[in-house]
Design a protein around this ligand. Structure first.
Ligand SMILES: [Zn+2]
Length: 230
């Protein structure tokens, strides 16, 4: 650890991205190859042991024909972590979470995209929150790959939150006409990895992926931090 890192750790002690517990920066690194957390941690030992990584078929979903890599199951500890990412000012969680998204996407779509896009939130919501979580995840993933996260999608109509809408048909109807690609030339002929935080029925991701395809994208693949049971 450099002197600068030591001072930063003193001023901003590293906390577990999921439960917020303080992490000993000099503590045990995870076993080699145990996951994308690597030696710089970001998870407390209890959360690392309990992390509900997806496996087998749940690691790749299809949303309306688009493949979607899913890193984690949307269980209690993940729900709390995502909630904290949304509502507490802890964007460093995004760095930890993004490594899991990036790993799941890299496994499913090796070399399969030119740019990273993300599901946008309304300007009203990002104003109150100061940032938006899908964008943070996308920027971190893009940084890991050395490509760019691009705000090619725009939310052009406000809709009730998907969590307030119950049936899959209502969820599909709720996202109709909500998203757009204002500059189709920025999407045309390109292959996108489209990122969101949580995928449930996939209505939001598929509405966004369709907008990119309608704008002329060559291919869209998706990745989400967590997948809720359908
Ligand atoms: Zn923890």
């Amino acid at each position: 650890m450099s002197a600068g890192e030591a001072i930063l750790n003193l001023l901003f002690p590293p906390k577990c991205a999921f439960c917020g517990a303080l992490i000993d920066p000099a503590g045990e690194p995870g076993p080699a190859g145990s996951g994308p957390e690597g030696k710089d941690g970001g998870l407390c030992p209890a959360c690392r042991a309990a992390l509900p990584l997806t496996a087998g078929g749940e690691r790749l979903r299809r949303v309306d024909g688009f493949p979607c890599a899913v890193a984690l199951r949307y269980e209690d500890m993940v729900r709390r972590g995502v909630h904290a990412l949304k509502f507490q000012n802890r964007p460093q969680r995004a760095r930890v979470f993004a490594r899991y998204v990036a790993q799941a996407a890299a496994e499913q779509f090796p070399g399969g995209f030119d740019a990273v896009a993300f599901v946008p939130v309304s300007r009203w919501r990002s104003y109150w929150r100061g940032y938006d979580q899908a964008r943070l995840l996308a920027e971190e993933c893009a940084r890991l790959w050395g490509v760019k996260a691009e705000p090619v999608l725009r939310k052009v109509r406000n809709n009730p939150p998907q969590s307030s809408v119950k049936t899959p048909a209502e969820r599909r109807a709720n996202v109709l006409g909500v998203y757009a690609v204002p500059h189709p030339e920025r999407a045309a002929g390109r292959r996108f990895l489209l990122i969101d935080d949580v995928v449930t029925t996939g209505s939001t991701l598929s509405a966004c992926a369709r907008c990119l395809m309608d704008a002329g994208a060559e291919r869209v693949v998706c990745a989400a931090l967590a997948g809720a049971a359908r």
